[in-house]
Design a protein around this ligand. Structure first.
Ligand code: IMP
Ligand code: ZN
Length: 339
């Protein structure tokens, strides 16, 4: 195992249905359809392969393949467990997973969320090296009625699983929607103490970014197009950016790794962390993302350690959990000294 693999890692931005590996997709296909998928179908429907030049809009189409496979409780539970296992194998010690509760032909939204939460609870016993939290998502493209229903459901479930549900995510294709319409809906969760991890500045719209800051997002998902006074505000108020390098390059919201905004954020000492977004769709891992980060922007081993240690502070974990993560991290640093 190399340094990046061995490093205890913190993942704060991972969508469940975007985090299915090839083997998990095949297994889900067998579970649902009783046979393996054709490989090319698998690749072209779900993964973004090297050299593909897709727009953000086209990238959103990719999730349909996974959504079809996880539309029943059995396959959804299987997928959730596989994602947690894959992060644990990559030595992720703390994971905040996101997913949008969906009503399908086979289950209600309540069943969807309960399945994910129960699977997380069980996985905590089977994969004890990774602590898992859930940030249920609002998918902007599904409209206000869905958003309202999802917040009500999340508040209900929060009472049953307060140790797992720690916040909410706003994501999905943003086209033709306004954040201000979702703000009052999300406010209901905010006042109940749920943290907010909003996709923010994923496309150029300074006014919307400012509205999200006024609303009070606790972290910034991507933040690709944040500049000027908004950038200053983020720095002054120490709002962490969740940077997803490969995701942004493959969705063409940044030209190349070299052009990624992580570079300027790191240099200007913003609060920033590295995440995968959708490791299945983008064919990556958190270890790979940290390796790319180190190699592209010249971060030393010490810098990478600092980056991960800082990330503990950006989690929505309790103070006791943060202390435990720091302890694990210190143990790892000691093993480096000994070698
Ligand atoms: P799910 O919520 O578990 O179904 O995960 C997949 C969903 O996450 C997609 O359908 C999108 O709504 C959302 N998503 C994944 N990546 C992104 C992103 O980069 N921007 C916005 N939304 C995203
Ligand atoms: Zn995302």
């Amino acid at each position: 195992m190399d340094f990046f693999q061995k490093l205890p890692k913190i993942e704060l931005h991972a969508h469940l249905n975007g985090s299915l590996s090839n083997s998990t997709l095949s297994e889900l296909h067998v579970l649902k359809y009783g046979k393996e998928p054709a490989t090319e179908r698998d690749e072209s429907f779900y993964k973004i392969t090297a050299g593909q030049n897709l727009t953000l809009k086209e990238c959103f189409q990719k999730f349909k393949y996974a959504h079809d496979l996880t539309d029943q409780p059995e396959t959804l539970a299987y997928a959730t467990r596989a994602v947690i296992r894959d992060f644990a194998v990559d030595n992720v010690i703390y994971l905040e997973l996101r997913t949008t509760p969906k009503a399908t032909y086979h289950m209600t939204k309540t069943q969807y969320l309960t399945t994910v939460l129960e699977t997380i609870r069980q996985a905590q016993k089977d994969y004890p090296t990774v602590t898992v939290k859930l940030l249920p998502s609002i998918d902007r493209s599904k409209g206000l009625q869905e958003a309202t229903e999802n917040v009500s459901l999340v508040l209900e479930m929060h009472q049953l699983y307060p140790d797992i549900i720690k916040g909410m995510d706003l994501s999905g294709a943003p086209y033709g929607t306004k954040f201000s319409d979702f703000a009052t809906i999300l406010e209901r969760a905010k006042v109940r103490g749920l943290k907010m991890a909003l996709h923010c500045g994923e496309f150029p719209d300074d006014d919307e970014v400012w509205e999200m800051f006024q609303f009070g997002t606790d972290r910034i998902g991507h933040g690709t197009f944040i500049g000027g006074s908004n950038l200053k505000f983020a720095k002054t108020n120490r709002i962490p950016f969740e940077c997803c390098l490969t995701s942004n390059v493959k969705c063409s919201t940044v030209k190349s790794y070299e052009d990624h905004h992580f570079k300027k954020l790191w240099k200007a000492k913003h609060e920033v962390c590295i995440c995968t977004d959708d490791f299945g769709v983008f064919d990556t891992s958190l270890s790979d993302e940290l390796r790319i980060c180190s190699e592209t922007y010249g971060l030393s081993t010490q810098d990478i350690l600092q980056l991960q240690e800082n990330t503990i502070e950006y989690t929505f974990a309790s103070e006791a959990e943060k202390q435990q993560l720091t302890k694990l991290f210190d143990l790892f640093k000691n093993t480096l000294k000994d070698n």
